[in-house]
Design a protein around this ligand. Structure first.
Ligand code: ACO
Length: 377
């Protein structure tokens, strides 16, 4: 008998979810029913997190309560700091993020408590604690000291403060906030599905998030935002160049890459085939950063690659394409881009972990054996 194989689970509907709806026909993405563009235009990332966890927009009282909670759980846990200090400076920052979450889980008094209340507390704490991990790791790689969090700043302002040790201008904070909102959730993508698989075995929340970080690291998933910047670096960033010259060099690079049958990161998507719903909003944030920093030549590279890929293969950019250069302009090292994605996606992952737990079935597909026939020693 030949079984039907759904390679990569493409086209397989594995379960219901009420967290988000991805609609490739209309290029739309809804978080709990709300278009992500509206959320990115009007809400703080903290409000979007509460929406993803609770299913409804927060009341003023809920917002105030979470504001106080989040601001008082930002400091880098000394045990996490000690674990990070054991890791070499040349390991990938995703390894640092993965280790930090694992250490937080091992030390958490509610680690084995999977009641909805305990799970929500752990999710909120992780949300509040993770920025310090990224900020400290970015700083130690530059030989800089830890910067303590500030309770007078919101999530995005404080994230940038802890990373760069100075208050970020409003334009930069806003672009950062938009990126967090857009990266927060995207249905059954590879890392979220990983979190749900681990949860389905009744393992704890930190194990599920740690595994999800492993899945996110790969360049076919979250690692693509970093890979986009490596492409720009490979082509060569020349700040003195005109936009047109940069576009021409990018076009030539893309033609060569496609002739060599290379996969160019930041393009294509398993679900969206006529454009990623999040790209126009993220592109606006990138444009704002390009204008703020006066770096038009970078958009020459951006436009040149996009045009050449469109002409040659009609493959469109995904969210990682505008996000990579946006984080570059803000001053993050390229390797730090995917840990920023973790900070955002902790919301979506933990919302899915709660949903999986509430109506669990062990996720365990079948396989079609194609090894040797039975044989004997
Ligand atoms: N560069 C070059 N060719 C591509 C690309 C790309 N980025 N994406 C797809 N193609 C081509 C494939 O080579 C293939 O061509 P073929 O039929 O001639 O062999 C065809 O388009 C279909 O591609 P698949 O990889 O089979 O499509 P799939 O749905 O499995 O891929 C994926 C989706 C993995 C995202 C793919 O587009 C890719 O590898 N993109 C680059 C990585 C990336 O940017 N990932 C980020 C995803 S979004 C996110 O995580 C926020």
């Amino acid at each position: 008998m030949t079984e039907q194989i759904y390679k990569g689970l493409a086209g397989v509907v594995a379960d219901h979810t009420a967290v988000s709806k991805v609609n490739p026909e209309s290029n739309s993405l809804l978080y709990r029913g709300y278009p992500v563009q509206e959320l990115a235009a009007k809400l703080s990332f903290e409000e979007v997190a509460l929406l993803l966890w609770n299913g409804e927009l927060p009341s003023t009282g809920e917002k105030d309560e979470f504001r106080a909670f989040e601001r008082s759980h930002r400091a880098l846990d000394p045990r996490v700091r000690a674990a990070i200090d054991l890791l070499p400076l040349d390991c990938h920052p995703m390894d640092v993020g993965r280790t930090a979450v694992s250490v937080l889980g091992a030390n958490h008094p509610l680690s084995e408590d999977s009641s909805p209340e305990a799970e929500l507390t752990k999710a909120k704490e992780l949300f509040a604690a993770f920025p310090a991990v990224v900020a400290y790791d970015q700083r130690r790689r530059r030989g800089l000291e830890l910067v303590e969090p500030r309770e007078d700043l919101d999530y995005s302002q404080n994230f940038l403060w802890m990373t760069f040790g100075e208050e970020a201008p409003e334009e930069v904070v806003d672009a950062f906030r938009v990126s967090m909102v857009l990266y927060a959730e995207h249905s059954f993508n590879a890392s979220t599905f990983t979190a749900r698989v681990v949860t389905s075995t009744l393992a704890d929340l930190h194990s599920a998030v740690t595994a999800a970080i492993g899945a996110l690291k790969g360049p076919l998933h979250g690692g693509a935002n970093e890979a986009v910047m490596h492409t720009f670096e490979e082509i060569g960033i020349d700040t003195a160049e005109t936009r047109e010259d940069a576009a021409a060099r990018a076009k030539a690079w893309m033609e060569q890459a496609l002739a060599e049958k290379r996969k160019v990161m930041g393009f294509g998507h398993r679900v969206y085939k006529s454009g990623d719903s999040r790209v126009p909003t993220m592109k606006q944030a990138l444009d704002a950063m390009v204008e703020y920093y006066g770096r038009g030549e970078l958009m020459g590279l951006y436009d040149g690659l996009e045009a050449a890929m469109g002409e040659a293969k009609n493959i469109l950019p995904n969210l990682d394409y505008p996000a990579g250069p946006t984080y570059h302009l803000m001053g993050f090292d390229t390797e730090m881009f995917t840990p920023l994605f973790i900070a955002a996606r902790i919301t979506g992952w933990t919302a899915h972990i709660a949903e999986q737990r509430a109506d669990n079935a062990l996720i365990r597909p079948l396989s079609a054996y194609n090894g040797p026939d039975e044989r004997h020693l």
